[in-house]
Write a protein that binds this ligand. Structure first.
Ligand code: GLN
Length: 240
């Protein structure tokens, strides 16, 4: 048995998997396996309860409005308390796009679980679509770039006590005007970036693995392909 292990709970992997967001889990699995870190993923679908103590990272991807509505209702009815317990215990919760919207108070009429003080509305106006890059300031004050693709009708605003995940370098971000993208409070992270997010930003996958396993340094990997994907995503967004 490896000493370190990353236990992921994938919420609604079939319904909330727009833009192949499941690729995020695949990348986590590979990067753990290549380093001899244990990895397991448990799917939790509609009607299924989740155990807040049994996982290190809870993952919720993006979805079409119709699928997202089904998940929103179920999330609030069967999983909200466990997610709050997990977040209070320092577990990681990562939401991408539709998943991000549901971590807050909801999206339009759809309820959210209220893990963060974030609200999403559907305004008149075009969907916010395109390549996007943001600058994230990490705990030690260093900054890194996340690059990806966004496609959302919702406009998200943060409550006064919340901090965004990053500052928009290119693209729309939360609402197309605030200059902010995503939310980050302790272990709870929401972002609009698809790509999928982690294959284009392997550094962020490692940051999550480090946080979830408590490993302060991770053995380096040959990231030639990952670095190329990251550069290409940055170039597509126009930041290089
Ligand atoms: N349905 C949501 C919206 O349009 C989320 C879309 C997504 O996950 N890409 O805002």
């Amino acid at each position: 048995m490896p000493e370190a292990e990353l236990r992921v709970c994938a919420l609604y992997p079939d319904l909330m998997n727009i833009y192949a967001d499941r690729g995020n889990l695949l990348l986590l699995e590979r990067r753990c396996a290549w380093r001899g870190i244990g990895f397991s993923v448990t799917a939790a679908g509609l009607g299924e309860a989740i155990d807040p103590g049994a996982h290190d990272l809870f993952y919720l991807g993006g979805g079409q409005d119709r699928d997202q509505l089904l998940c929103a209702q179920d999330l609030v009815e069967t999983k909200r308390e466990a997610l709050h317990a997990a977040a209070a215990d320092g577990k990681l919760v990562l939401g991408v796009c539709g998943g991000y919207q549901l971590l807050g108070h909801g999206y339009g009429e759809m309820p959210g679980v209220g893990l963060v003080d974030v609200r999403t509305v559907r305004e008149d106006g075009p969907r916010l679509i395109g390549n996007v890059a943001i600058e994230v300031e990490l705990e030690d004050g260093s900054t890194r770039v996340l690059a990806g693709f966004e496609n959302h009708g919702g406009r998200t605003s943060l409550g006064p006590g919340e901090r965004p995940l990053g500052r928009v370098l290119a693209g729309h971000g939360n609402d197309g005007r605030s200059g902010f993208e995503g939310v980050w409070r302790d272990g709870v992270i929401g972002t609009y970036l698809h790509g999928p997010l982690l294959p284009k930003n392997a550094w962020f996958a490692d940051w999550l693995i480090g946080k979830a396993t408590g490993m302060t340094t991770l053995p380096p990997l040959d990231d030639t392909l990952e670095d190329a994907a990251h550069r290409s995503a940055r170039r597509a967004a126009g930041v290089d």
